[in-house]
Ligand binder design. Structure first.
Ligand code: ADP
Ligand code: MG
Length: 229
């Protein structure tokens, strides 16, 4: 679940962004839209506890953010948040399997090969485990990064511009695989995009499965008044 009230964030010497209140129940699907620069990536960074709000209150999966120290926040994030960033950050020198094994290292646990294999299989990329990232197509690399994001069975899955530079068929595939992954885990899904193809794809997918309707927030209206002059 996500409960955001009067949240603001100020970049040093730069934009001051204010965000509308949001309540998303556990397992809900949320679409954050708005033009480039409207604060979508910043809002995802706030939800992930990567940056702290400068005002307001933000609760994610029962945890109030901005009050834990950085070590506790890192541990909380590793257990709670799955992040599919716009830039995938797969280590070029490591195989797909090793890239996922790194996630265990990050939480201080022994790597679980069976769980890695299951996560890759669940996304249809199990046979690519021994490849290097450079040997993957864009769509395959994104599935690998998504497998890494869901590896620790997060409560909240965040995806930043997951359809950027994908053609229509691949964009549909990316949206479907994202909501299905979140649904399988009972995780909330927050998808940030300026791609107008995404909302109808998500709405159709959720309706066809009889799931709760998509919640939406468009930041374009808040963009101008959210800035300092
Ligand atoms: P979006 O993801 O919607 O394109 P961002 O959240 O990346 O928007 O950016 C929101 C605003 O914050 C923009 O005006 C951007 O220029 C500014 N911004 C983003 N990152 C930084 C940063 N590290 N330092 C200063 N300003 C930033
Ligand atoms: Mg962005």
């Amino acid at each position: 679940m996500i409960d955001a009230k009067d949240v603001q964030f100020a970049y040093g010497g730069g934009a001051r962004l204010q965000f509308p209140d949001v309540y998303l129940p556990q397992g809900g699907v949320f679409l954050l839209s708005g033009p480039s620069g409207s604060g979508k990536s910043t809002w995802l960074a706030l939800l992930a506890g990567l940056v702290a709000p400068s005002a307001g209150s933000l609760e994610v999966s029962g945890q109030l953010l901005g009050v834990m120290g950085s070590l506790k926040t890192d541990a909380w994030r590793a257990q709670t948040i799955g992040f599919l960033p716009q830039k995938l950050y797969l280590s070029a020198a490591l195989t797909v399997q090793e890239n996922l094994a790194l996630a265990f290292w990050a939480v201080g646990r022994a790597q679980d090969g069976a769980r890695i294999a299951a996560a890759l299989d669940g996304l249809g990329v199990g046979d690519l485990a021994q490849r290097l990232p450079a040997q993957l197509s864009g769509g395959q690399a994104q599935r690998v990064a998504l497998a890494r994001a869901v590896l620790m069975q997060p409560r909240v899955l965040l995806a930043d511009e997951p359809t950027a530079s994908l053609d229509d068929a691949a964009a549909k595939d990316a949206v479907n695989v994202l909501w299905a992954s979140a649904h399988r885990l009972g995780a909330s899904l927050v998808l940030a995009t300026h791609d107008s193809r995404v909302a109808p794809l998500l709405e159709r997918a959720l309706a066809s499965k009889g799931l709760a309707p998509l919640q939406r927030l468009d930041l374009s209206a808040t963009q101008s008044k959210g800035r300092t002059p």
